[in-house]
Design a protein around this ligand. Structure first.
Ligand SMILES: [Zn+2]
Length: 392
């Protein structure tokens, strides 16, 4: 998940979810209770994982032809060379190399598809997690885990409602330790495939996202932005101001920053719940869901907080759409958003408008809400593209 860390920062949070689909795995998450020494040990493991990832990336940059296998083999070289690398579990080292390879292969993929910017892999400076695979840890009882490698993390108490005693150990594919603004978390990635088929409804829908409402669909329904968003925005702004008023390097500034980060985390969880509830509802009531293919790499932190929040929310919403579509055997299909707000859904004429023009008026006599017109275009394009793909 490293690729959006830098872009959206604390805005996207995958915490406290009931079950989240990630690379075809379910995730169970616990907050952990850790002593100061253990927190230090976890930080040290995270730093080591980041070091290995960056070193593998360096190898790829320096040595032509470096692939996944070379990176993987390089882990042993690093372990022999650096004692702190050796103390991290060997499969955790491999997992770090895999992260480096993931960044590289994403870059190659983007180059191949002509996606710009292609996202040349970058060195990580503030990694927040370390991933173990099937060794280096063991569950002592359902609510306690022990890390057995040389990092000295030791036993951690798992706080949360999950009961891992029910889960066969072979299903736990990965264990991840994560540092967040409000503490440390432990995630278990489970290789479970559970896909209940939902009844087919025969309906298709196009969704247009915007600032004014959360989305507008092709039947004209406008889903309002959640009310908590407005208040959160104000609170964030005031906390942000408080940070900037404090002297740089002072402990007051550090505390203010922590408060800001915790607030970010809190509201991102609220938004996540909201996005999830909406997405589930949309997928269950439609067989085909079409939406704008907004690239995450186009989401950039800017001065317009409302816009950033909307982008982040939409991204979460989209992930949940894709997840529920997969889960319920439906189709979620991204559509290139070019000209969807300009073209007339009825006759195809291009009616150029500025962002402030809220109504689409066409010479063919069509007068319709701007966003509804866009949603109808998305639906039409989506169906065309989906049919095309099926034909192939
Ligand atoms: Zn028209």
């Amino acid at each position: 998940m490293s690729w959006f860390d830098g872009i959206l920062g604390p805005f996207l949070c995958y915490g406290l979810l009931i079950a989240l689909f990630y690379q075809q795995m379910y995730v169970c998450e616990f907050k952990v209770r850790a002593s100061a020494g253990q927190r230090q040990a976890i930080d040290e493991a995270i730093r080591t994982a980041q070091f290995i990832r960056n070193k593998c990336l360096r190898l790829w940059m320096d040595v032509r032809g470096t692939g996944k296998a070379e990176m993987s083999a390089y882990c042993a070289v690093l372990a022999a060379e650096f004692s702190f690398a050796k103390t991290l579990n060997s499969m955790a080292r491999q997992a770090s190399a895999e992260r480096a390879w993931a960044a590289v292969s994403r870059f190659y993929g983007n180059c191949k598809q002509g996606v710009r910017p292609a996202g040349y892999p970058k060195f990580k400076k503030d990694a927040r997690s370390v991933e173990y695979k099937t060794t280096g840890w063991k569950l002592l009882d359902p609510k306690r885990i022990q890390f057995t490698d040389g990092k000295g993390i030791g036993r951690l108490k798992l706080m949360g409602a999950w009961d891992l005693a029910q889960v066969p150990k072979e299903l736990i594919k990965r264990v991840r330790l994560i540092r967040r603004a409000d503490g440390y978390y432990c995630q278990f990635l489970l290789g479970i495939e559970y896909r209940p088929e939902a009844p087919k409804t025969g309906a298709a829908i196009g969704l247009d996202v915007g600032l004014e409402s959360f989305y507008t669909d092709s039947s004209g329904h406008k889903e309002p932005n959640p009310r908590f968003l407005r208040g959160d925005e104000k609170r964030l702004k005031s906390l942000q101001r408080r940070v900037s008023r404090k002297q740089k390097g002072s402990s007051n500034r550090r505390k203010a920053k922590q408060r800001l980060a915790r607030q970010h985390l809190k509201i991102s969880r609220k938004r996540e719940e909201h996005a999830k509830r909406l997405a589930r509802c949309v997928v269950l009531s439609n067989d085909l869901v079409f939406y704008e293919n907004l690239q995450v790499r186009n989401l950039i932190w800017n001065h317009c907080l409302a816009k950033s929040i909307a982008d982040a929310s939409w991204y979460q919403f989209r992930r949940w759409l894709e997840y529920f579509a997969w889960k319920f055997g439906k189709v979620a299909w991204p559509v290139n958003p070019a000209y969807t707000s300009q073209d007339c859904f009825n006759c195809g004429n291009r009616v150029v408008k500025t962002l402030s023009t809220r109504t689409h008026r066409c010479s063919c006599g069509t007068v319709i809400d701007r966003d509804e017109n866009a949603a109808l275009n998305i639906l039409r394009l989506g169906i065309e593209q989906y049919r095309g793909a099926l034909g192939n």
